[in-house]
Design a protein around this ligand. Structure first.
Ligand SMILES: [Cu+2]
Length: 113
């Protein structure tokens, strides 16, 4: 669960680092104008909360993959006014092959000398 707050005219998130997997963004509109939150990026096509009036909360659930996502408010011209941010999802460490630090146990077969 990621907490997000929206007001005129910015978006704030409770965390800024993400890894692949399902996330729910719980959004609170702390401003005076209606706001919503749209998530767009790899595998996520403009998934959005409903439009939230002042004080309302809503949520949007997405499954994030490694890559960059755009979060913005789709209401009127809010995106252009600054309600836009990007988050980067790091590749899953468990899925990525270790590139350094070779394991010493794998090659010792008993010496050929
Ligand atoms: Cu807005």
């Amino acid at each position: 669960m990621v907490s997000a707050t929206e007001n005129e005219f910015k978006i704030a998130l409770s965390q800024t680092s993400f890894k692949p997997g399902p996330y729910t963004f719980r959004v609170q509109n702390t401003g005076k104008f209606p706001h919503a939150l749209t998530v767009d990026g790899p595998g996520v096509q403009n998934q959005a909360t409903t439009t939230l009036t002042s004080g309302q909360t809503g949520s949007v659930s997405v499954t994030l993959q490694a890559g960059t996502y755009t979060l913005y408010c789709p209401v009127d011209g809010h995106r252009a006014k600054g309600m836009l941010m990007h988050i980067t999802v790091a590749p899953d460490a468990a899925a990525a092959a270790p590139s350094s630090a070779s394991s010493p146990a794998s090659t010792s077969g008993g010496g050929g000398y």
